[in-house]
Design a protein around this ligand. Structure first.
Ligand code: SAH
Length: 250
């Protein structure tokens, strides 16, 4: 959560928050001295530490963060486990496109299987790739790579009211599923998850499971895209329509 200051402030300044922000921080959020908050002053973003809490809250600005660069859409990628390089490309590009979280999915037709120590070693490597991408493209926060998990588990962990889109190569847009354009014609949600199948594609049972949990099966048209192409294309399109990849100020 960010707190906006009326005054122009700089690193090392001690600032006073508005009475309503002060009440919110100390009563509703129950923050205490020493807690960190994010403060925005004249379009600059700072990390700040609370120095006084109560009816009046004060904070010292510790460091300036890169200009705030997060999308208004909480976009989550559930990516079917794909072979080495493909997974890494997807992770790097997804972070650049602004996703908030990436969940590697162990699916029926995933060619690679990852369990135990191997899965954790991979996750750590992917996390490094994500962190490097976040820094490189100027994000204001890092993107968490979740542990490898199954589809049901990943669906259950999505935030409430999360719109779920599952591009399925066997959806034809008429009898099963809808065109992506149709799914995106609806008003922007606060959160959206995109589920992409691995190289081997999504099994019908997986599409059924997701659909039963509220996912919309969507078609991307007649050409079959590789898993990494599908992920990058759909994230770009969703971020354009519902997020901030369109250059409009939000
Ligand atoms: N091996 C499969 C294709 C998998 S493509 C086959 O040959 O049929 C990998 C993933 O990208 C798919 O599971 C799906 O999530 C997405 N995808 C690729 N092309 C698509 C399309 N035309 N429509 C919907 N989803 C698509």
């Amino acid at each position: 959560m960010r707190f906006f200051l009326e005054d122009v402030a700089a690193v090392d300044d001690e600032v006073t928050l508005s009475p309503s922000d002060s009440r919110h921080l100390s009563r509703a959020l129950r923050r205490t001295v020493g807690d960190k908050i994010t403060v925005v002053s004249a379009n600059r973003v700072f990390e700040a530490e609370l120095t006084q809490v109560g009816d009046t809250v004060r904070a010292r600005l510790l460091a300036e963060l890169a200009a705030y660069s997060e999308a208004p859409l909480n976009l989550i990628l559930l990516q079917g486990l794909a072979k080495g390089e493909r997974m890494e490309i997807v992770i790097q590009k997804a972070v650049e496109l602004g996703v908030s979280r990436i969940v590697p999915l162990a699916l029926e037709r995933s060619v690679i299987r990852l369990t135990g120590d191997k899965a954790e070693a991979k996750r750590a490597r992917w996390q490094k790739i994500a962190d490097a991408a976040a820094k490189q493209c100027g994000r204001t926060r890092l993107v968490e790579i979740a542990p490898v998990q199954g589809l049901a588990e990943a669906l259950a962990a999505l935030p409430p009211d999360c719109r779920v889109l599952m591009p399925w190569e066997e959806a034809d847009g008429h009898t099963v599923g809808v065109a992506l354009s149709e799914a995106l014609a609806e008003a922007a949600p606060a959160a959206c998850a995109v589920i992409i199948g691995p190289e081997g594609g999504l099994a019908a049972a997986e599409a059924e499971l997701a659909a039963a949990r509220g996912a919309r099966l969507v078609t991307l048209g007649k050409r079959i895209l590789r898993t990494e192409t599908a992920a990058i294309a759909v994230l770009s399109i969703v971020m354009y329509q519902w997020g901030d990849l369109n250059g409009r100020e939000v």
